[in-house]
Design a protein around this ligand. Sequence first.
Ligand code: 5RP
Length: 252
Amino acid sequence: ASSSSSSVPSPPPPPVFLTQEELKQIAAYKAVEFVESGMVLGLGTGSTAKYAIERIGELLHQGKLKNIVGIPTSKQTHEQALSLGIPLSDLDSHSIVDLAIDGADEVDPYLNLVKGRGGSLLREKMIEGASRKFVVIVDESKMVPYIGGSHLAMPVEIVPFCWKFTAERLQRLFEDSGCVAKLRTYKDSDEPFVTDNANYIVELYFEKDIGDLNAASDSILRLPGVVEHGMFLNMASTVIVAGELGITVKNK
Ligand code: 5RP
């Protein structure tokens, strides 16, 4: 009897699907490659920025980064950075920030952003607006064809005084886009969400594209009672997008 052996090619390994948390961490670690010793850093807020701050703390402790100063964009980030031993400062002491790293809720093809679903848009805009370089870190789910295109809320920070009046005026501004304005509350509660600046947040939902973003920005900011909105127009220098097929770095 003769024996024969045939080699059957082994099947390719199954694809490895990364979780959204893993993608956020990949984008965050990539952004930290831009950090150099001696820099003044804007430290963002949210679940993606958290990974960047963790990494900065780690490099500081390993002695791979020295003389870093962090400027936190929220009380939450202040606490995290403090717990990691990152030296902290503010814009009063450092009016120019070398590099800011932060997440975003939406990124359009021109690298305009919606931010502030974590509620920290005012401090983020002040600090990121004072930065020489602003690197945005997102997973691919945040990429949208146009601002408002995810049908999630666009936040506007307003003063609590007569908030209903301000919310109604905001809704009326965008009635042609089918806008609905809602006060942000804490989860499972009717209590208004209060920002780090003791303000409220109105969330704008749009049925249709709001068109000219600069005109929309101007008209929101002209309303008395509005403090700031979550559109970050023409502010990002670089957007790092982590997706299943790898990392994409988009530069302005
Ligand atoms: C907070 C923000 C956050 O950067 C934004 O909400 C993205 O958060 P996450 O990384 O958790 O998705 O603007 O005000």
